[in-house]
Write a protein that binds this ligand. Structure first.
Ligand code: IPE
Ligand code: IPE
Ligand code: MG
Length: 245
């Protein structure tokens, strides 16, 4: 039965799982290039893998999974690549309930206004339709940048100060956190970046302040549940101190 996929035994998983796992879904372009395919097909494969990993996170009991879909800096890419990514987003948003399955809440991180009206409306509808789900919360970072998020939060806080609702001396870390796109959601425990790059690329920079980092050369479309298990085992063996001893 060599053709059968290896079943992932739950015993391979550590007891302690991170509450929030962040995925920087990088390497789609290189995955396609290696096969002589257009980059757009790499994004299609990356999208398929998003579904697989999201489902696996749900199956093993991860409560929050965030995915870096498109950064504020990715708008620098050629128009045809951006159009290809928007096309994939439309297809997903059309069939999204089927892709997400039961119990999944979806929240978008980033300014939705950068998207065409139809995509923006589908994003808002999805957030509303899934707001009551709690088994797995999926955070989709679309047109997201950590610096952009902090600038956005600062503008909101400045408005409160301007209108006399908030004193500058009362601004705490908590105030800032409450104005981020992730308000009310837990910080990242484990951030995973495939594709060999050793950087955050502006991903959840505030929320990753005390995250553990896991890097692998595997490209995102090849990042399998087995690869995720390796990251989770690695995570379970780390000592998190948060500045203590
Ligand atoms: C990540 O894959 C997807 C997006 C940034 C939208 P890339 O497209 O960055 O893939 P590489 O890094 O070129 O291989
Ligand atoms: C980060 O990947 C953004 C996403 C995965 C959506 P990039 O490919 O844009 O990052 P850099 O440019 O290599 O830092
Ligand atoms: Mg990249």
């Amino acid at each position: 039965m060599a053709f059968m996929k290896k079943k992932i035994e739950s015993t391979e998983l550590p007891e302690v799982l991170p509450v929030h796992v962040g995925f920087i879904m990088d390497g789609n372009g290189r995955w396609a290039k290696k096969r002589g395919l257009p980059r757009s097909l790499g994004h299609v494969e990356g999208g398929k893998n998003f579904k697989k990993i999201m489902q696996y996170c749900k199956d093993i009991g991860i409560k929050y999974a965030s995915f870096y879909v498109f950064s504020t800096e990715n708008w620098k890419r050629p128009k045809n690549e951006i159009d290809g990514i928007l096309k994939i987003m439309r297809e997903y948003l059309d069939e999204v309930q089927m892709h997400l399955g039961d119990g999944v809440r979806a929240i978008f991180l980033g300014d939705k206004n950068a998207y065409p009206e139809d995509i923006k409306n589908r994003m808002i509808k999805l957030e509303q339709d899934t707001a009551h789900h709690s088994r797995l919360t999926v955070l989709l970072a679309c047109n997201y940048g950590g610096r952009d998020e902090i600038a956005h939060a600062t503008r909101e806080i400045a408005e409160l100060v301007k209108s006399g609702k908030l004193n500058p001396e009362d601004i705490t870390e908590q105030t800032i956190a409450e104005h981020l796109y992730t308000a009310g959601l837990p910080d990242v425990d484990l951030v995973i970046r495939p594709s060999g790059e050793l950087r955050l690329s502006n991903y959840l920079i505030w929320q990753c302040a005390y995250a553990e980092y896991y890097f692998t050369d595997v490209l995102w479309p090849d990042f399998s549940p087995e690869e995720l298990n390796k990251a989770l085992i690695d995570y379970a063996n780390r000592g998190r101190r948060f500045g203590g001893i």
